[in-house]
Design a protein around this ligand. Structure first.
Ligand SMILES: [Zn+2]
Length: 405
């Protein structure tokens, strides 16, 4: 995993510390000069919501409130020091951010660090702590949603933000009596969750989004298919919401796109997964399932409630879905084999959360190993991205013929 840490270890900062140390020896120590500090801050704007993240070795305790004229969100954090990364926070705000115009940070009193977020529009906030996971320390997460939807919970907002493929002026053409064939494309990870990365620091979340966008263009060119995406920019969508979006769109199939990574840099090739109800079929698959499911903890879901597999009825439905998923997976794997050696020659099974829609055949495609130097290089090229997208499209068409025609 890779992301920008603050410059805590930089020479400038050390110099600053030295100067500060001198000041402290000259002046009586100011109350609040001690205490924990934030090691990193990040801002993730998207059309749907903007996420601010404060990372630290210590769990922060905080309070927050809204003020008007000018409209702003105030977050008071106990005992934390004013650190250099906080001064840089305002520079991290994108001018096109739909919610934030500026962020100011100062000591409010000896005990309180105050963060003031100047707002462009009324917002609804969701503020919560996340425990350390993977390479992340404690995180204080501030999500800003549009106030217009204040009556809606984040799930409804995520769903509302996925434009329906059925609403455009040009309806999706399909033979009479047949439902339109809708592909929900799921680019893995996003925003706070970078996924895997290669030696050249290529991030999984970026290359899989590019491949997904190419696949969407290809699918939308087909006369009897349409594609929707769980995310179309660099923000995090919780795993359960990806599945919920597919349900809401009445997707015919679900295709999650990833790039693999393992410690062994020799490992290479594409693989395709379907859901295993009995858990992972191999230790490698189990490891992979865990690292993918960790995505929610990294991306930060403050609530859960997956009850898809709870009822017997759903399990029966899922039996057929798993069967169809296997056909889809094989068809896609066959096409991927034409452009790259396969990592595993058969469709594998694992307990990935995003494959758990009980009524939607779902596959997870590991397009290549981003940890393999040659494959990392290829994953970034338009040529290989297009080849992968075309292979998935042809695989989907193969499935469609087999299943429906
Ligand atoms: Zn992934």
């Amino acid at each position: 995993m890779l992301f920008q840490k603050g410059s805590v270890g930089s020479p400038h900062w050390r110099l600053g510390l030295a100067v500060l140390a001198c000041l402290i020896t000259i002046m009586p120590p100011a109350q609040g000069a001690e205490g924990p500090q934030f090691s990193a801050t990040r801002v993730w704007p998207s059309t749907l919501y903007t996420r601010l993240t404060f990372e630290s070795a210590t769990l922060p305790s905080y309070r927050y409130f809204m003020l008007e004229s000018p409209r702003r969100l105030v977050i008071d954090i106990d005992d934390f020091r004013l650190s250099r990364v906080l001064h840089k926070l305002s520079q991290q705000v994108n001018a096109s951010d739909p919610f934030i115009s500026r962020i100011r940070v100062a000591k409010f009193d000896a005990k309180t660090l105050r963060v003031v977020v100047d707002l462009k529009q009324p917002v609804r906030t969701d503020i919560f702590n996340l425990k350390p996971v993977a390479n992340f320390q404690h995180r204080l997460v501030v999500d800003l949603y549009p106030k217009l939807n204040s009556d809606k919970d984040p799930l409804s907002l995520f769903l509302a933000n996925t434009p329906s493929v059925r609403s455009p002026l040009e309806p999706l053409t399909s033979p009479i009596g047949k439902a339109p064939f809708i592909v929900m494309i799921d680019p893995g990870h996003g925003g706070e969750d970078p996924g895997a990365h290669g030696l050249r620091k290529t991030l999984e979340k970026n290359v899989v989004l590019q491949i997904a966008q190419r696949l969407k263009r290809l699918i939308d060119q087909q006369p009897d298919m349409a594609a929707v995406m769980t995310r179309s920019d660099d923000h995090f969508v919780p795993l359960a919401m990806r599945v919920a979006k597919a349900q809401q769109q009445k997707a015919t199939i679900f295709v999650s796109i990833h790039a693999d990574a393992v410690a062994n840099r020799q490992a290479r090739g594409a693989s395709v997964f379907t859901l295993s109800t009995r858990g992972a079929t191999s230790a490698a698959a189990r490891f992979l399932a865990n690292s993918q499911n960790e995505s929610d903890l990294i991306g930060g879901v403050s609530r859960s409630g997956d009850s898809y597999l709870d009822s017997t009825l759903l399990e029966l439905m899922q039996h057929q879905t798993l069967h169809d998923s296997a056909i889809l997976g094989s068809a896609v794997l066959k096409q991927l084999h034409k452009i790259n050696p396969l990592h595993k020659s058969r469709v594998e099974r694992a307990g990935f959360e995003v494959l758990k829609a009980p009524n939607i055949p779902s596959i997870l495609v590991e397009t290549a190993f981003i940890s393999h130097p040659e494959e990392e290089r290829k994953l970034k090229t338009a040529r290989y991205q297009q080849q992968v997208a075309e292979a998935i499209l042809v695989g989907i068409q193969g499935y469609k013929v087999k299943r429906y025609e």
